[in-house]
Design a binder for this molecule. Structure first.
Ligand code: PCA
Length: 207
C-alpha cells in the first residue's frame, strides 16, 4: 500500500499540481491519495491521520515547486519553519522548529538516486534536490521523517517536488510539466522506492 499526499493550492494559485498528479495516480490499484492542507501544523495532522487510516508501507509526499524545471526528489528535510509568505491559515512562522528538540535534519529514507533514475527512464526530467525549502513542504518532509524515525520504523517515505502545471503558466515565463507526465514520474519513483535499492551515481550539486 502506497500513500500519496498532495497539497491544496496556495499562494494565490487555483490548482496545485501535486494534488492533481497524486489524485490521478491514486486511481491506480495499490495507491491512495490524500490532500493535505497547506498550513503549518494542520498539514502534519492530515498526514498523521492518513497514515493511521491507510497503514502504508511507503509514503510519497508531493508538493509544488514553482519555477523548478524538473521533478525533484528531496534528499533532506531540515528542522525549521521559515515562511516567506503566509500559509493558507494566514500563519507565517519565522525560524521556528518543526519539532522542538528534534534533530537538525533528516535524510530521506527513499533511495533518492534510484528514484531519479526511474523517473528519467519513464521519460520525465528529474533530479536530486538538496533542499525542500523552509515552507510547508519541508515542514511535511521533516514531520514525515520524524514520524518514521520515532514511531514507524518499518515505513519508508520521502518528498518529491513538481514543477507548475501548464495551466498555471499560460501567461508567464516559467517551466511546467503536464500532470499525466508528473503522475507517470511519481509512479516510477514509487516503484523504485518500493524496490528499495539505492544506486551509486554522481548527482551532487556544486551550489
Ligand atoms: N508547495 C509548498 C507548500 C505546498 C506546496 O505544494 C512548498 O514547497 O513548501
Amino acid at each position: 500500500m502506497i500513500l500519496l499526499t498532495g497539497f491544496a493550492p496556495f499562494g494565490g494559485e487555483t490548482v496545485n499540481p501535486s494534488w492533481e498528479a497524486v489524485r490521478l495516480l491514486g486511481e491506480t490499484e495499490g495507491f491512495a491519495a490524500v490532500q493535505l492542507r497547506c498550513e503549518f501544523g494542520a498539514a502534519l495532522d492530515d498526514l498523521r491521520a492518513a497514515v493511521d487510516a491507510h497503514d502504508p508501507d511507503l509514503v510519497l509526499a508531493v508538493g509544488q515547486a514553482g519555477g523548478r524545471n524538473q521533478v525533484t526528489v528531496e534528499r533532506v528535510a531540515v528542522n525549521v519553519d521559515d515562511a516567506r509568505i503566509p500559509d493558507n491559515a494566514g500563519r507565517q512562522p519565522i525560524d521556528e522548529p518543526v519539532v522542538a528538540g528534534g534533530p537538525a535534519a533528516y535524510f530521506s529514507t527513499l533511495p533518492v538516486k534510484a528514484c531519479v533514475a526511474a523517473a528519467r527512464r519513464a521519460g520525465v526530467p528529474a533530479a536530486v534536490s538538496n533542499t525542500a525549502g523552509t515552507f510547508v513542504c519541508n515542514h511535511v518532509a521533516y514531520g514525515l521523517a520524524h514520524l518514521i524515525a520515532t514511531e514507524r520504523p518499518e515505513m519508508r517515505g520521502g518528498f518529491v517536488h513538481l514543477p507548475y502545471a501548464p495551466e498555471q503558466v499560460l501567461d508567464r515565463e516559467a517551466p511546467s510539466l503536464a500532470v499525466p507526465e508528473a503522475a507517470k514520474a511519481l509512479r516510477a519513483i514509487a516503484e523504485a522506492a518500493r524496490a528499495g535499492a539505492e544506486i551509486r551515481a554522481a548527482e551532487g550539486a556544486l551550489h
